[in-house]
Design a protein around this ligand. Structure first.
Ligand code: SAM
Length: 286
């Protein structure tokens, strides 16, 4: 089996297949040999686990996942990588490659058809241009997976794993926390990739919750309020929520008064329970 994190091996295979890296598809391939075995271990896959991988590239992580998991299904958008993957991981009989856009394929169907009766996890080195859309798609569609272990930009890792109610938190922090418990596992330097990106990376794990940490009467409305609250970070909650949701400021102010918060409060200082409480109070004012 070829060493798929060796720069010389990667260059030789890719040039033989006439492959050129596409920046717009977020193609930065791992060349640090210690990262993929660690990701494969941290994602918790065993012989009875089905793994969904997004963006296998030349298959460096795919190969490590195939060694520990029962089955791996990898979704790759770039059809030019298919003959490369056939050469690099074609010998594994527990790997299937699907050519498509992960945001467009029916992942619920994929899980039902490919992994019946198996525990399912996601493990991937994500294309950075669509990190949040992919994570939110997996969580919001309530894909039946136990965890999502992914490499993302370091800055995105900080935001995704921030405490709700801390300065680093944003709308995406609240959304991710609603569906999962997020933790940062380890940092990965930019030099671990070919070509090297301009930023460092980190591997995070989202352990999907069985129940949300708060109960809200209207999920879509709650997330509309959360997005509005963080939409204009410098503004106080009444200003940003009234502007973002098209509600009179006096009603948001009355809601805050009802639950005993000052009108100067900022959304980023509210924890999950407080955001849910504020949402229900605003609903009562409408
Ligand atoms: N897993 C490989 C590695 O670690 O070296 C490659 C990771 S690279 C950061 C991201 C991969 O995602 C690329 O192979 C790219 O072609 C693929 N990709 C980009 N957009 C995609 C999409 N919408 N659906 C599926 N794969 C995508």
């Amino acid at each position: 089996m070829k060493n798929l994190s060796d720069i010389g091996v990667i260059k030789e295979i890719l040039s033989r297949h006439g492959f050129n890296f596409s920046k717009s598809l977020g193609q930065n391939f791992l060349i640090n040999p210690s990262v993929c075995p660690r990701m494969a271990e941290e994602c918790g896959a065993d012989g009875n686990t089905g793994v969904i991988e997004i963006g296998p590239g030349i298959g460096v992580l795919t190969a490590e996942l195939a060694k520990v998991a029962g089955k791996v299904v990898s979704v790759e958008l770039d059809s030019k990588l298919l003959p490369v993957l056939e050469e690099t991981i074609g010998d594994f009989d527990n790997v299937k490659i699907i050519n498509g856009d992960v945001l467009k394929i029916d992942l619920h169907r994929l899980v039902a058809e490919e992994f019946p009766g198996m525990k399912v996890v996601v493990c991937a080195n994500l294309p950075y241009y669509i990190t949040s859309p992919i994570i939110m798609y997996l969580l919001e569609s309530r894909l039946p997976v136990e965890s999502i272990t992914v490499m993302v930009q370091k800055e995105a890792a900080q935001r995704l794993c921030a405490q709700v109610g801390s300065r680093q938190s944003g709308a995406v922090t609240v959304a991710v926390n609603y569906y999962a418990e997020a933790e940062k596992l380890f940092d990965v330097s930019r030099g671990s990739f070919m070509p090297a990106p301009n930023v460092d990376s980190a591997v995070i794990r989202l352990t999907v919750r069985k129940e949300p940490p708060v109960s809200v009467s209207d999920e879509a409305g709650f997330f509309r309020m959360v997005r509005a609250s963080f939409g204009q970070r410098r503004k106080t909650a009444p200003n940003s929520i009234s502007a973002g949701m098209g509600i009179e400021k006096s009603r948001v102010a009355a809601a805050l008064e009802e639950i005993g918060y000052p009108l100067t409060v900022r959304a980023e200082s509210l924890n999950m329970d407080e955001l849910a409480e504020l949402f229900e109070a605003i609903k009562r004012q409408l």
